[in-house]
Design a protein around this ligand. Sequence first.
Ligand code: C2O
Length: 472
Amino acid sequence: MKKHSRRRFLTTAGAAASVAILGPSLLDVSSVFAAPFTRRDIGGLGAADPIITGYKTAVTAMKALPATDPRSWTYQAAIHGTHLSGAKTAWNTCEHHTYFFWSWHRMYLYFFERIVRKYSGVYGWALPYWNYSSPTQRQLPAVFRDSTSSLFVPNPNRPNAWNTGAASLPAAHVNTSAGMALINFYPGASSSLEGNPHDNVHVDIGGATGWMGDIQAAAQDPVFYVHHSNMDRLWNIWKAQGGGRVDPLSDSTWKNTPFTFFDENKTQLTMTGCDVLRAAEQLNYTYEGEPAQVKEYCLRIIFPPWVFQLVELIRWPGPPIELGPDPVKIPIELKDMRQRLMSAAESKTQTVLLKLDGVEADKLPGVVWDIYAGLPANTEPDSEGPYYVGSMSLFSAGVHSNMQHKFKPAEFAFSLDRAIPAALKTNAEKLEITIVPSGILINGKRSQPKVASKVRIGSLSIAIENQQKSTR
Ligand code: C2O
């Protein structure tokens, strides 16, 4: 097993210059000396763009490889997750709801991209990203809807509504602002953005039966990779905001745990967090339109300037909460907590959190839920309004039928800072939490989602998170 390193590229490249036989894989080696490849916004790419035609060519070629070839479409998807039995090297190794979510998927995409580049026949091919944060890009990108293309996946593996273009993602399900505002890495920005938009996009597209909604099938859909290219871009954008946003550089497990992949020559390699800190320098790509990439170094540990401490204020004493097709209301008595909540919601160094723990379902529910606090009676839930708190869905954690990893219940945390002042104005005694199933848009209108499996919430609590200067 070879250790991936930049030095290896440079040596190979040096040798390549003096040798006459240039295999296709050596082409990207020479790019170490050129500008990094650009991962482009798919919204700006026409069907004839080489990035699109190259992706189609590569997907066709990878599907034609025997499933035992680590570069084949089947094998690559299985590295993420698979229902196939007879586990092979690196199968089912995706990281979710751990602090490896961003780093593992960056490594995975990096090698996938090298394989696609080789088979695309396009020099400098790089994975485009799907920027669903833009209101004009909430439908499945058009090039995935062409039924004659290798990027197409027919119903039911990708539901018809997406393939016809009727379906689109609700704004609330792809809202990155809550995650981007967080300073801590994990739990923090990584886990928040893994929920919204990441899990929501999976669940909205796949529903309860499509590939994208099922962690063990998701990477078979070519759209998976442009979704993850966007998630990877969000990692860079999050760090570029500064203000103490750093990767867990003081954590040697995060930095040094090796993960196994295969490159375009079938060579088995490992990569670690330290190998993927600086995308342009270490992995040779940048994102179209991104701010200057932050340069972190493993040997130069930056400690986060803040520490966060959580104090639980109120725990819902009632029976376990069960979510089905109808909205559920949970009235929380505030008693003497009202003042404390108000001042914490208004404070710059405190955040009021709604925490949902022990969230689980027997099977994939295939639904996203929107959460509100203080929604007045007879008021339609409106995710643009002041009572909206966040959206949640079950994709990787909390689903008992997901056999890939050991079962782990899902947990969620949402800031109540915005909702509390509005909520306490309408009712000072109680804070009513409302949880509503929230469907995708069909022809621009909200649809009634089908709840394929009930969801249980083990515990619901309200806590205050205190942000303090780190003394380290
Ligand atoms: Cu590892 Cu979007 O999934």
